[in-house]
Design a protein around this ligand. Structure first.
Ligand SMILES: O=C(O)[C@H](O)COP(=O)(O)O
Ligand SMILES: [Mn+2]
Ligand SMILES: [Mn+2]
Length: 560
């Protein structure tokens, strides 16, 4: 717990709303509002509970912004994502997020003067600089233009030998776009070579199969990456990265997200870029969740999640520090947003007992991201965080119901137990199944999430509580790429272009339940409200006024 005087944490009483109500705070992951057509899986699915909020109590239902500047992203063309969405929901304020901070550090050149860069620079005379991360312009975990600037900058700063280990995306961007990104990267590498830098692509693989697991769901994913990137070992070997990706994509059902690991080899068949003693490594993703596991493998002396075989003595830095509590990694190129005084921390100091739950693949969203990229509880006596193990080694279109029922049952039991004031869950279905691009499965996923919401609000009904149902960004409500007029776009061969990514759409928020004081409704003077306005709203429903610097509450209480 931070050493701030207890008084500084004290929240003022809300003049009209009582304390002590049990509040269910439900985040439907990847659930936006879009036009109702056949590619809107939420519309197609049977979702009577979510529909009823909008139709039966329109004064307690509205849309809020979940993308672009509303969540601290560089531009209005940036779709929302779980990290920035849950950060905003939990922190109640809008912080300039990783993408933006890296942009300015690169633009000003400050990145090269920082401690992190000085640290990796120690390898430049005799070692190799390795850059590992997601090759994408999705702007969710990383951005290609930032990698390009970093490559150029590192060479100017004296890096003589550079190796890039890339992960193909197809999840935040269209499937197949990896080839174009790689061609751009290859061109940059060849420009560097012309300038006398020994620059090469060294290994690759699909993000969901290689390296970018999260919340320790499946360490095999990270191991596959380690073998290719550090040891230089992989089931596939190629002389050229573009050729590698093109070839591997020819396999039936192959896609960017799940490409197998491969290494690039020289004319003698030796890998061109294993990581060795004295080298430097930068993981160039700015987003934390899917880099933390690799960061642990690269940084921790004591590590038992898989056999690393060889542990090179390296200078390792993250693009950002990924975990503020664990201080992981200890070296980083850009300081992360300082997301402090989150609503979770305030509420714990004001006697609100909290239960948070999701399944593994989203567990950190309602804990780590919610609490400002900080792992662990603020106060173990006041909080309980429950993780339901996710299925491992499958794509979630195979199991579209995921653990929605189990999450809802845990939430229900926590609500009925009377032991908690806030029960917070994330229902992953719309998002995780939406990312597979499987429309039929996503429809099933949306129905399952709706049923879970029903279970939770039924329990709230029983205890006389309040519910707040919202989402972190869009996904399942639009499964196709559209042209400017909003019509589905076809590719060159006339095929529908499936959208696996999030969207720019707003998300719904609904409040209700028997504990909601009569006259409570959404204000109409915060029309541009976004996810960051939710924290103050929830604090009100717990009977408190939010701190002055929080984004304004969305609700008011009118006398009937
Ligand atoms: O990491 C992922 O799965 C996607 O890139 C973004 O999805 P999320 O922001 O919903 O986690
Ligand atoms: Mn999400
Ligand atoms: Mn997602």
């Amino acid at each position: 717990m931070e050493s701030k005087g207890q008084n500084a944490w004290k929240l003022a009483d809300h003049p009209k709303l009582p304390k002590g109500k049990t509040i269910a705070m439900v985040v439907l992951d990847g659930w936006g509002e879009a036009r109702p057509d056949e590619y809107n899986c939420i519309h197609v699915a049977d979702t009577p509970t979510m529909d009823s909020f909008k139709t039966t109590a329109p004064e307690k239902w509205r849309l809020i912004k979940a993308h672009g500047s509303a969540v601290g992203l560089p531009s209005e063309d940036d779709m929302g994502n779980s990290e920035v969405g849950h950060n905003a929901l939990g922190a109640g304020r809008i912080f300039a997020q990783g993408a933006k901070l890296v942009d300015s550090a690169l633009a000003s050149g400050k990145i090269y003067g920082g401690e992190g860069f000085k640290y990796i620079k120690q390898s430049f005379d005799n070692g190799t600089l390795h850059l590992i991360g997601l090759l994408s312009d999705g702007g969710v975990h990383s951005r290609l233009d930032q990698l390009q600037l970093l490559l150029k900058g590192a060479a100017e700063q004296g890096a003589k030998r550079i190796r890039v280990h890339f992960l193909t995306d197809g999840r935040d961007v269209l499937d197949g776009s990896s080839v174009g990104f790689l061609e751009t990267l290859e061109k940059d590498m060849s420009n560097l070579r012309e300038k006398g830098v020994d620059a090469q692509i060294a290994s690759g693989g699909g993000r969901m199969y290689v390296t970018m697991d999260r919340y320790e769901n499946d360490w095999n994913v990270v191991k596959r990456g380690w073998d290719a990137q550090v040891l230089g070992e992989a089931p596939y070997k190629f002389r050229n990265a573009v050729e590698a990706v093109k070839k591997l994509r020819e396999e039936p059902k192959a896609n960017d997200q799940y490409l197998p690991p491969f290494v690039i080899v020289d004319e003698s068949g030796n890998p061109v870029g294993p990581i060795k003693d004295g080298d430097a490594v930068v993981t160039f993703n700015f987003r934390a969740d899917r880099m933390t596991m690799l960061a642990k493998a690269l940084e921790y002396a004591d590590f038992d999640k898989f056999d690393r075989v060889r542990v090179p003595k390296i200078y390792y830095a993250g693009m950002l520090q990924y975990d503020g509590e664990l201080k992981l990694p200890s070296q980083y190129l850009v300081s992360p947003p300082e997301i402090e005084r989150t609503s979770g921390e305030y509420l714990v100091h004001n006697g609100v007992r909290t239960f948070a739950c999701s399944e593994t693949v989203k567990f950190g969203h309602v804990t780590f991201f919610w609490n400002g990229n900080r792992s662990g509880c603020f106060n173990e006596k006041m909080e309980e965080y429950v993780e339901i193990p996710s299925d491992v080694g499958i794509t979630f279109n195979v199991q579209p119901k995921m653990k929605a029922l189990e999450i809802a049952e845990k939430a229900r039991d926590a609500i009925l137990s009377g032991k908690f004031d806030q029960i917070r869950v994330n229902l992953p279905n719309g998002d995780m199944v939406g990312h597979t691009g499987d429309i039929e499965a996503t429809v099933v996923a949306c129905k399952a999430a709706d049923e879970a919401v029903k279970t939770i609000i039924d329990a709230i009904e029983q205890v006389g509580g309040i519910y707040v149902i919202t989402a972190d960004h869009g996904n399942a409500e639009d499964m196709v790429k559209r042209d400017k007029s909003g019509e589905p776009q076809l590719d060159k061969s006339g095929k529908l272009q499936i959208l696996t990514s999030h969207t720019l759409k707003p998300v719904p928020i609904a409040i209700g339940g028997p504990g909601l004081k009569a006259g409570t409704r959404f204000r109409n003077d915060v029309p541009t409200g976004g996810l960051a306005n939710v924290a103050a709203t929830v604090m009100n429903l717990h009977g408190f006024i939010a701190p002055d610097d929080y984004e304004p509450t969305l609700i008011e209480v009118v006398d009937n």
